[in-house]
Design a protein around this ligand. Structure first.
Ligand code: SF4
Length: 218
């Protein structure tokens, strides 16, 4: 990986989003885990709207484990894939109680033994909940990595994660992860990236940028 390219990208991220952080509202590791599980194919804003009342009703892991599935489904029905999410959250809470004394594990491998918890969710929980360096590759991080030449278009999510870990200093993983999400969510969007006002247009590999290459920024 070209070190100059990486430095340039990180400098721009620092300039644009010095305070980037997790936008899922949560008070503890359990709420974080639930919020991340709910966020699959759903915006953080929709999750926050739902959890504002959900976290008032479900105060501890037992509340999720013991809730009738139909009740949990009903409480999640405003977001996509709610049936599947309700089933996984209930099963996850039951496993937390049976195998982990009701506590959210702080290591990556153990987290992935929980129902509905994959690599990306585990990475978010360890980095945001326990401040263990990790880079969760979601749809924004994958797209940005490929557009900015930090990974190839054909790379799998796992390869993208490995390449980012290699290219970015470990002490920056958590911060850069949030900055990439902000960059993808608010600037370099999937359909309409703001190439006209992008400081990285000269090193970007996205074909959509071409029509703006010679336009002076306003
Ligand atoms: Fe994204 Fe456009 Fe900037 Fe490339 S030039 S990083 S596609 S906003």
């Amino acid at each position: 990986m070209n070190k100059e390219r990486v430095k340039r990208i990180l400098d721009v991220f620092d300039e644009m989003y010095p305070d980037a952080k997790c936008e899922l509202v949560h008070q503890n590791e359990l709420e974080l885990l639930i919020a991340v599980m709910l966020s699959a194919q759903t915006t953080d804003a929709s999750v926050n709207k739902l959890t504002a009342s959900l976290f008032q009703k479900y105060r501890c892991v037992e509340d999720y484990a013991n809730a009738p599935l139909s009740q949990l489904e009903n409480d999640l029905r405003t977001i996509g894939l709610y049936r599947n999410k309700a089933k996984n959250i209930k099963a996850m809470a039951q496993k937390l109680l049976s195998d982990f004394d009701g506590k959210v594990p702080c290591d990556h491998e153990t987290l992935q033994t929980l129902p509905g918890v994959g690599r990306k969710t585990a990475n978010v929980v360890i980095s945001e909940g326990f401040k263990v360096p990790a880079i969760a590759v979601d749809t924004h991080v994958e797209r940005i990595s490929k557009r900015l030449g930090l990974a190839f278009k054909k790379d799998t999510v796992l390869i993208v994660e490995k390449k980012l870990q290699k290219a970015i200093p470990q002490e920056r993983w958590i911060k850069t992860h949030h900055q990439m999400i902000f960059f993808g969510r608010y600037h370099c969007k999937a359909v309409n990236p703001d190439c006209q006002h992008c400081s990285l247009i000269d090193i970007c590999k996205e074909p959509k940028r071409k029509k703006y290459l010679n336009i002076k920024k306003d």
